[in-house]
Design a binder for this molecule. Structure first.
Ligand SMILES: [Zn+2]
Length: 470
């Protein structure tokens, strides 16, 4: 498997730290609001990465944090007259509600800052002891950026350029404008914790260094997040973790690209800033998930209603093939012949194409195109008069394995299809009854209204059947 490593700016062969295991850390949201569409992309991308490692037989440990101590949460708590902890819990619950609709596997651990003060304080103290950080008289603790020689390696920036762009805030007493806060002394009315430097709370970056080390060890395999986290967040995480341990923090740094809306940057000022739940009010979760995976994770992804509608049609084609395959299994009686040998070859080719795409830095666009090849091959085979049951089961296994990786679950829709069957049987009965009662206008209205929904009724010798017209 090859993974593009932001740190080295090239694709590298994946070699795990521990044989057969993958340990991943993905930066999670700051819990002061519902998550937006931009947050949803890394959640879906790294869930899919994780699923593909499982498909490949690795034992995956997946950790994603909640930043539940932050200025934005404190501000929101003042606005809403709640405690910061109440605000954070409310949006953590909302996070699970929203991401549940995207079929995200539960993380092995969702550590919260407020539960890890001991680990964070210990980490800050280690950095002070090792000479990489310093405490001021007011109780603030800063990381001394210039002490860490490799600073800038992830983002490709150098200290001089950073210096030129650094804002010097006269209120800050830090030694160097580049230094960043590890611990902030408490201001009145803010949540605060005891520390060797007095009451205060952690800066943003230190939590990920402390919590990833707690659950994944000093050096783990994959650290992921959105592109916007490369600098300063991940740069600072590396500085903290590597100066504490003198070892790598993560072997592979993966970052997903931005989302644009109608080819414009998503922003509050442009009025095109969407919460995930607003999108999920308009489109089913599986369509959104499928759409987010339709382009390679490092490429920008443009979101507009027409593209989503096209994605929904694509997903329907896959679902139809899958459900036709299940339906054929119930009555399959054929034995192996030429058509069977051909489908068996095609199943192998589909798997090979899927794995080749996904092995190449998780190219989900290629992976999905293998899934469409599978749907096409299955549909072709199903047009035969007889079908071999064992082969249909093999085809279903292939489908299920690929769908698992993409986090698409068609079995849930099967229940809806059963409901559709039942409702259609009801309408067909009512129409037959209307005709028997010579209420022809009503009978025709039923047929016409169904036709508006692209549902065709066919009257035959053995009664009326229905089908979708597309
Ligand atoms: Zn982080």
């Amino acid at each position: 498997m090859k993974i593009y490593n932001t740190l080295t700016r090239q694709k590298e062969t994946f070699t795990p730290v521990h044989e057969g295991e993958v340990r991943m850390y993905v930066c999670g949201p700051t819990t002061y609001n519902y998550i937006h569409l931009g947050n949803a992309r890394p959640i879906v991308v790294f869930d899919t990465v994780r699923r593909y490692f499982s498909y490949r037989g690795y034992d995956v440990t997946y950790v994603s944090n909640f930043t539940d101590v932050d200025d934005k949460i404190i501000n929101r708590s003042h606005e809403e007259g709640k405690t910061a902890a109440e605000v954070a819990q409310f949006y953590i619950d909302a996070y699970f509600e929203d991401t549940g609709k995207l079929n995200i596997l539960p993380a092995d651990k969702n550590p919260r800052v407020s539960d890890h003060m001991t680990e964070i304080i210990d980490f800050v103290q280690e950095l002070i002891d090792a000479g990489y950080a310093y405490a001021l008289d007011n109780g603030d603790v800063y990381f001394a950026v210039r002490k860490y020689e490799d600073y800038g390696q992830l983002s490709g920036r150098n200290i001089d350029d950073l210096m030129a762009g650094a804002r010097v805030d006269v209120d800050e007493k830090k030694h160097d404008p580049l230094d960043f806060a590890l611990w902030k002394s408490a201001k009145p009315g803010e949540p605060a914790w005891d520390s060797p430097w007095g009451q205060g709370r952690p800066g943003w970056h230190i939590e990920c260094s402390a919590m990833s080390r707690t659950y994944l060890g000093q050096t783990f395999d994959i650290h992921g997040g959105g592109q916007d986290l490369i600098f300063p967040h991940h740069e600072n995480e590396i500085a903290q973790s590597c100066s504490a341990s003198h070892a790598d923090m993560a072997r592979y740094w993966m970052h997903n690209g931005f989302i644009t809306i109608n080819e414009e940057k998503m922003s509050k000022s442009l009025g095109n800033f969407f919460l995930l739940r607003e999108i999920l009010d308009k489109f089913p979760g599986d369509v959104v998930r499928y759409y987010l995976l339709s382009v390679h994770y490092r490429s920008p992804l443009d979101f507009d209603d027409e593209k989503i509608a096209a994605a929904a049609r694509g997903l329907d084609r896959l679902k139809n093939a899958y459900h036709n395959l299940l339906a054929a299994q119930a009555k399959a009686q054929g034995t192996a012949g030429e058509a069977e040998a051909s489908l068996r070859d095609q199943l192998q080719a589909v798997r090979a194409a899927f794995e080749a795409g996904m092995d190449d830095d998780f190219n989900t666009a290629l992976g999905l195109s293998a899934l469409f090849d599978l749907a096409r091959d299955v549909n072709t085979y199903l047009r035969q008069d007889s079908h071999e049951k064992a082969l249909l089961e093999e085809a279903q296994k292939c489908f299920d394995d690929l769908l698992y990786v993409f986090g698409l679950d068609f079995s849930a829709n099967k229940a809806d299809d059963n409901l559709a069957d039942d409702l259609m049987a009801l309408l067909i009965d009512l129409r037959a009854q209307a005709r028997a009662d010579k209420q022809f206008a009503l009978a025709d209205a039923i047929r016409d209204r169904l036709s508006d929904l692209d549902i065709i009724l066919e009257d035959g010798k053995n009664g009326t059947t229905w089908k979708k017209s597309n």
